[in-house]
Write a protein that binds this ligand. Structure first.
Ligand SMILES: [Zn+2]
Length: 100
């Protein structure tokens, strides 16, 4: 991977560049997706899942700026999962309503 600070190429398993840049921090990492817009859509369709999705969505950014990249990625996955669950359930409910 390329060091964002000095441009030197380091082995992927390197923890720290020769210039002192620490690859283990969130610096140089992209913030995981917050799923904020899908979470809002989920909120309109399925309130409980939408609330959970918004909670996890806000945790992504808070954890990322606090330097907790693993926590931010976990919250991002959970936010995505809540959106998927909420949208799937409302699709099933819509189908049942449509068919009945
Ligand atoms: Zn460097």
């Amino acid at each position: 991977m390329k060091c964002p600070q000095c441009g030197l190429f380091n082995p992927d398993e390197a923890q720290r560049c020769d210039c002192g840049y620490d690859f283990t921090t969130t610096r140089g990492h992209a913030e995981p997706p917050t799923y904020f817009v899908p979470a809002l859509l989920t909120l309109l369709l399925s309130l409980p899942f939408g609330v959970l999705a918004l909670v996890f969505s806000s945790q992504v950014h808070q954890r990322f700026i606090a330097g907790d990249l693993a926590g931010a990625q976990r919250a991002s996955q959970l936010a995505g999962a809540m959106c998927a669950a909420g949208l799937a359930i409302s699709a099933v409910l819509a189908l049942i309503f449509y068919l009945s």
